[in-house]
Design a protein around this ligand. Structure first.
Ligand SMILES: [Zn+2]
Length: 104
């Protein structure tokens, strides 16, 4: 049986991920990349409690864009702040825990 290594409960009873999801302070921002292209960054996610691999996979398929995940930071190609925010909320993150920083 799979047991959570944070609380020791079986994974189907564990609420660590759900609690952590509610407690995140997430920033979504855009950054200029080479050749003036924009990238959307999602920072502040706790990679110990959030399954970032699944999250980046989900964002990439929903937004139909390329993306990577490194050191707990998700980087998506293109400017998708509004849609990333919507998808994070659908994934269970609270709207008030998400800060948006857009560059023009
Ligand atoms: Zn747990």
């Amino acid at each position: 049986m799979d047991v959570c290594n944070v609380c020791g409960l079986p994974k189907d009873l564990c609420v660590c991920q759900a609690l952590a999801t509610e407690e995140q302070k997430i920033t979504i921002s855009t950054e200029k990349r080479r050749f003036g292209k924009l990238a959307t960054m999602v920072t502040g996610l706790d990679d110990k409690t959030i399954n970032l691999k699944d999250l980046v996979k989900r964002l990439k398929s929903k937004l139909a864009c390329g993306g990577t995940m490194k050191n707990g930071i998700i980087e998506l190609q293109g400017s998708h702040i509004g849609r990333v925010r919507d998808e994070l909320i659908k994934a269970g993150f609270k709207p008030e825990s998400i800060v948006v920083k857009e560059i023009k």
